[in-house]
Design a binder for this molecule. Sequence first.
Ligand code: SF4
Ligand code: SF4
Length: 209
Amino acid sequence: MNGKGVVRGLGVVIKHFLDTYIVDLQARLSGKKRYYTAEGIAERSSSKASGIFTVQYPEEKLPMPEEFRYIPFLVDDEGPEGEKDMRCTSCGICAKVCPPQCIWIVRTTDPVTGRPVPAPAEFNIDVDICMNCGLCAEFCPFDAIKMDHDYEIASYNRHRDNIFDINRLSKPASYYAKIRPTNYAREEAARQAEKEAKAAKKAGAAAAN
Ligand code: SF4
Ligand code: SF4
């Protein structure tokens, strides 16, 4: 009979409604913190969660998986004196491969010789057009552009705020290491191995002479 199904469905709804109070109460009595803690978010995100399991955004945020990607950012190394050392050489590969063509770069020019300098004078990304594909980061030969985890970029003025310039895009390598520790460690190991191979080759050539 159809009426039975309706009653059973209502029973499920009422049980879930009551659970939202009961589970919170049980947690409070047992001293557990269900909200605003990493453990609380993990518990409410598990498949066994009952009661309220929604994330209380913006007070709470889900931890992003390492491969989550949003808007790209430029990676800055730190020089020996702690100065900013941009990895980007303004080669333009990222701008060429970007499917919606939302990156534009102006290369630095030496004021004396007029020759191009391998560093960007300007680097802009229209973040409203970026489709978060990550191709720019995949193709960059210098590990200079990476995909960010920061998704809180809403603004009221697209033309003023949503064209990210070089200052807005630049972040230190330590930030990259923090949000993508596995990728960072793998890339650093590869860079170190390349450095050692070059040094060994140089030493070998010097010994042969
Ligand atoms: S971010 Fe990478 S690919 Fe893009 S211009 Fe700079 S060095 Fe070249
Ligand atoms: S993530 Fe994709 S769309 Fe966005 S700037 Fe990079 S290549 Fe372009």
